[in-house]
Design a protein around this ligand. Structure first.
Ligand code: PLP
Length: 395
């Protein structure tokens, strides 16, 4: 018999994955071109050509025993960590050393490492709805308690009064995700400054340490020159989790990193505990070939114009049909208001038109649906008449 805790997790298992599997089944039945699968954030843009080049060069040139071996440190290759630190320092005017970087198995691996490192059972982790639903599972993995801040559906910026009110002596961490999945909203500098001030105030009031975890796999996926604040500059107890899954279209390769700055409380202890967490969670170390690949490709970017074209076409197309949605400034998601309160019923209706959407309740925000527009442009264009037919039922 499986563990009781796991039973709960299986019961709440990801609606996104379920929808994706449904999409694969429908594509086999109706033909892929007749299914508009907007369920999963699986980039449709190929990785930059430099990624393939780097892989080939590494396979040709590196000692295979080293290239495919365990790394000396569970935190990753020293030269790769230094390359990442140097790149961040150039971009953000910071002064990280290689030791501040821990290479991880994507953002998911990084979040699990840091939550394992920080949480005692019963510790609270705050996040802002709508949020990436896996935060609940990751927190639960370490017997933490996820505390949600309700969504501000006007702006989808964090509700800071509610945030202040919900911080308790048990609050150990706050997870923010900007650019945001599922809204595409970027938290403004003003929001971040206010959030930092609240965290400082509460740390003083309770005499505790509250770690701000910035989960940012979409950092470079921004439009119209929008700036994404670099959070370690605003609040000392900030840990950054990054991933190349979206920025280099490498989600299956499972590669990313954590930044644990010296300014973080007990930085040395946190760093060495995160190193151990990487090992004992069973990751042992982040994939070695991919560590070398991302170091070689540092500074490379995905083709943002591809996503931008999808964003503009879908956003204006949906608005023309009568749907309401905040225009995303980043990532590759649209978060659309469901025309009926029960958004799951709306998703079921959309499925009749072969349009696959994810209900907002998967992100702690019922009444909305998420559209992942990291699909081909043809899928976007061909889906619009279907959206129009669907909309006719409601508007
Ligand atoms: N965090 C957010 C906000 C995400 O949207 C995702 C993936 O979609 C992840 C983390 C996990 O990303 P990774 O593939 O790097 O583990």
């Amino acid at each position: 018999m499986i563990a009781d805790k796991m039973k709960g997790m299986v019961a709440n298992s990801s609606a996104i994955r379920a929808m994706f599997e449904e999409g694969t089944r429908m594509a086999a039945q109706y033909g892929a071109e007749n299914v508009y699968d907007f369920s999963l954030g699986n980039p449709n843009v190929p990785a930059p050509a430099s990624v393939k080049k780097a892989i080939v060069e590494l396979l040709d040139e590196e000692d295979p025993v080293v290239l495919h071996g365990y790394t000396n440190s569970n935190s990753g290759y020293a030269d790769v960590r230094q390359t990442v630190a140097d790149s961040l320092n150039r971009r953000f005017g910071t002064s990280f050393a290689g030791k501040n970087i821990i290479m991880t198995v994507g953002a998911a691996g990084g979040l699990n490492v840091i939550l394992k490192t920080l949480l005692n059972p019963g510790d609270e982790v705050i996040t802002f709805a709508p949020y990436f639903g896996e935060y609940r599972s990751y927190t639960n993995n370490y017997d933490g308690v996820l505390v949600e801040i309700s969504p501000d559906t006007e702006t989808f910026q964090p509700k800071l009064d509610e945030f202040r009110a919900k911080i308790t002596p048990k609050t150990k961490a706050v997870i923010v995700n900007t650019p945001n999945n599922p809204t595409g909203v970027v938290y403004s500098e003003e929001t971040i400054k206010k959030m930092a001030a609240i965290l400082e105030e509460k740390q003083k009031e309770y005499g505790t340490d509250i770690y701000l975890i910035s989960d940012e796999p979409y950092r470079e996926l921004v439009y119209d020159g929008v700036e994404v604040p670099w959070l370690t500059k605003y609040y000392a107890n900030t840990i950054v989790g990054y991933s190349y899954s979206k920025s280099l279209s490498l989600p299956g390769e499972r590669i990313g990193y954590l930044v644990i700055p010296d300014e973080v409380t007990d930085s040395e202890t946190v760093l060495s505990a995160a190193n151990v967490a990487t090992r004992i969670l069973g990751f042992v170390n982040a994939p070695t070939l991919q560590q070398k690949v991302v170091a070689k490709c540092i500074g490379e970017e995905t083709d943002i114009s591809f996503y931008n074209r999808n964003r503009e076409t879908l956003y204006s197309g949906l608005k023309d049909c009568g749907f309401t949605c905040i225009k995303p400034e980043g990532a590759f998601y649209l978060f659309v208001k469901s025309p009926v309160a029960d958004e799951k019923a709306f998703c079921a209706e959309a499925k009749k038109y072969h349009i696959l959407l994810v209900p907002g309740s998967s992100f702690g925000c019922p009444g909305y649906v998420r559209i992942a527009y990291c699909v081909s442009y043809e899928t976007i264009v061909n889906s619009l008449p279907k959206f129009r037919e669907l909309a006719r039922q409601y508007f």
